[in-house]
Design a protein around this ligand. Structure first.
Ligand code: ATP
Length: 461
């Protein structure tokens, strides 16, 4: 997509000439003859760059005034100043106030193009960096004011002040790492490091060297996660994926607060608070012999449960707006609001990927939605899966679940779903339901009883 450049100059000839040079290079241009036009134009749509004259006859604000106003709302918008009567002081002032460059009029074509090109390149790079940072970002504060979130925050803050080990449980993307970071920042260790080891993405044969480091010829060759986290917190994320041998070694470290590096024989002492997180039910993993009992009880001194997003829907609007502001800042866009329909659709959706999915949807919407910042995001601009959560996908989930069952169990699930839907459809009226499904009234009664379905309950549902 061509970069779009706003040229602000009170002289129409200069605007035209500059626009001609830029358009020949494939840029799109817009023109403004004064302060009001310039600010309006940026408000309507943020350009990729502004070329701004310092002296503007007939305007209340001069170029420096406009620069300040622009930078207030769009700190990352690249601005190149131009002037025929520029003094060194004005140029320095402009650069100090955030202009990218200052060119003197009359300028040579090459000088103009070079400055524009560099300013755009720098802005693109900055944006990409911020975007990368934002994509990998995990917050340190738990956003949300529902009672579930308030309880969670209280529990996290309470346990933070103790040195106890904590096991954080919750579905993928629900905020386990955010809770762990929040806990770290509220603890006495806040100034120390917060280190995350993701046990799920680590190859079994390197987990130990990653955790404990490597020693060769009596010297540390690689500092492990435990040492990196000295005086701070180590989060063992997806701890259920840790190989069993390593689990045993961790038990010893937790007991003794010291360990040996791989290949070494000198004990290394550390002061580390270990916090574990898991999206699997660790007690089940333990019962099935995949997770060591001694480690489970050592890690799970204080269990903290993070709810799925659909268990605290009241926070969806606040979280969506929060991620909108963050993402807009990172991408250098103006943030948009959500209208009531969009909020209602987001609140009704089930969010199988939890808060992470919500964050991704907001990012996608900000980048893809038509219109400008003055237009709120409406339900039609949301991705299809959010707005068309008709039971299609749910039905499919259920169907695949049924495929894994013996016929008897599958039939029971089907009959239960089918009959409760039909009873609801006929407002709990057994005679009408019986006639529609083609059963005797008494037979339907018996069936409902055998499925433990009551008409009152189902009619209410
Ligand atoms: N309450 C919250 N406030 C702010 N951001 C949140 C909250 N909950 C989750 N997030 C954001 O959602 C994303 C996923 O959160 P996080 O990584 O903590 O989830 P997780 O449960 O650790 O996921 P996984 O199981 O995949 O490791 C992150 O970008 C995080 O910042």
């Amino acid at each position: 997509m061509a970069h779009d450049i706003l040229i602000v100059d009170d002289e129409a000839d200069i605007r035209m000439l500059t626009a001609g040079i830029l358009e020949d290079e494939g840029y799109e241009t817009r023109e403004a003859g004064g302060d009001i036009q310039a600010l309006e134009s940026v408000k309507t749509r943020r350009p990729s760059l502004v070329l701004l004259d310092i002296w503007l006859q007939g305007s209340r604000l001069d170029g420096l005034g406009i620069l300040k106003a622009l930078k207030k709302d769009h700190p990352d918008l690249p601005v190149v100043m131009m002037s025929g009567h520029g003094t060194i002081e004005t140029a320095v002032k402009a650069l100090h106030d955030g202009a990218y460059d200052f060119i003197e009029k009359p300028f040579k074509t090459d000088r103009l193009l070079m400055s524009v090109e560099r300013a755009l390149e720098t802005a693109d790079l900055r944006r990409e960096n911020a975007e990368l940072r934002s994509r990998g970002a995990v917050e340190s504060q738990l956003v949300g004011t529902s009672s579930r979130l308030n309880q969670l925050r209280q529990a996290v803050e309470k346990v933070a002040t103790s040195n106890s080990r904590v096991l954080i449980n919750g579905p993928a993307g629900s905020g386990k790492e955010v809770a762990a970071r929040h806990m770290h920042l509220q603890s006495k260790r806040a100034k120390g490091p917060f280190v995350v080891l993701n046990c799920a993405t680590m190859e079994a044969d390197v987990v130990e060297s990653e955790l404990f480091g490597i020693e060769a010829d009596g010297k540390p060759g690689k500092v492990g996660f435990f040492e990196q986290a000295h005086n701070g917190t180590l989060l063992l994320d997806e701890v259920s994926d840790m190989p069993q041998d390593t689990q045993g070694k961790i038990v010893r470290v937790l007991q003794e607060q010291r360990f040996q590096r791989v290949g070494g024989n000198v004990p290394v002492e550390v002061d580390v608070r270990v916090v574990a997180a898991s999206s699997k039910d660790l007690s089940l993993e333990m019962a099935e012999g995949r997770f060591r009992e001694d480690l489970f009880y050592r890690l799970s001194v204080v269990p903290i449960d993070i709810p799925a997003l659909n268990e605290h829907r009241e926070d969806i609007a606040q979280l969506a707006q929060y991620f909108m502001t963050k993402t807009a800042e990172a991408l250098g866009h103006a943030p948009r609001t959500f209208n009531d329909d969009a909020l209602a659709a987001m609140q009704a959706y089930d969010w199988p990927g939890n808060v992470r999915e919500l964050r991704n949807v907001v990012e996608r919407v900000l980048i893809m939605a038509p219109g400008d910042a003055s237009q709120p995001i409406s339900a039609e601009m949301l991705p299809r899966e959010v707005t068309t959560q008709d039971s299609e996908s749910l039905k499919w989930d259920q169907a695949s679940e049924i495929m894994g069952l013996p016929l008897r169990d599958a039939r029971e699930i089907f009959e239960r779903e089918y009959l409760s839907t039909q009873i609801n459809r006929f407002g709990g009226n057994i005679s009408k339901t019986a006639s529609f499904v083609g059963m005797e009234r008494s037979a339907l009664h018996r069936k409902l009883k055998s499925l433990s379905l009551t008409t009152e309950e189902k009619a209410k549902a």
